[in-house]
Ligand binder design. Sequence first.
Ligand SMILES: C[S@@+](CC[C@H](N)C(=O)[O-])C[C@H]1O[C@@H](n2cnc3c(N)ncnc32)[C@H](O)[C@@H]1O
Length: 242
Amino acid sequence: MKIFDTKQTRNDYFKTQIARSRKKFSFCKVSHTHVKTWKNVLATNFNVIDNYKGPILCLGTRNGREIDLFRSVFYQNKMVNILVHLLEIKRNGWNSCFPLIEGMRKSSLDNIIENSVTGVELNPDVKRPDVFIGSFDEMPLKWADTFGILYSNSFDQSCDPYKSAKEWIRVLRDGGYFVYADIIYPELVTKWDRSSKLSFGLVTVSIDDLNSFIRHNGFATLHSLLAKFFVCRNYEAVYQKS
Ligand SMILES: C[S@@+](CC[C@H](N)C(=O)[O-])C[C@H]1O[C@@H](n2cnc3c(N)ncnc32)[C@H](O)[C@@H]1O
């Protein structure tokens, strides 16, 4: 699967990603409702919640808000979730007007346990105890077979998707789940973005290519949903390590 049109050195790739991440640091593409939906998909389709075995890892997490949402939805009580939902505003993507509530009880990378929710991000500006600063295609060796659920909407940003897939399989437990979500942009939009000075680094992912790539790299597709979203399409899928 080809992700980038231009050939970049690994160093240049890191620099570009970090610069883009900084530019959009307060932006979060994920809402409380998204995470609730994915939890329901896991619960209704695969009985995951009853037999649920964490921990959860969010890959390419930018400012880390999605980690807070996964922790709230999977591990906090109903009252906290009502508050997180009510306090959410649509500004810079999805954000909270009182982040203290959803930011409570962060996990620690030093002690990853069943109900930990952690993340990985290249941008060193995200200073949180639950975020590993580094590349998601080179994670700590001790994380092998650790996580029950991986979440990412950043796979399309991989420098080398084969290397990323191999690494994600390595840290996922047997039978673990990978929740994938992303916006599929039409070619025209990504072409325009590439030629623009303000480029957001948009890429067009072919869903067929993605699914066949995922299958050939040790995952089975359990659920996929494609919905129209203005001129784009929202794609979400749940894959299982087979
Ligand atoms: C499209 S943004 C998504 C951010 C966040 N998940 C959200 O929904 O708002 C991609 C993020 O992934 C990070 N990223 C890109 N490549 C990465 C890599 N190899 N390892 C870790 N993070 C990476 C970027 O720095 C950026 O913050």
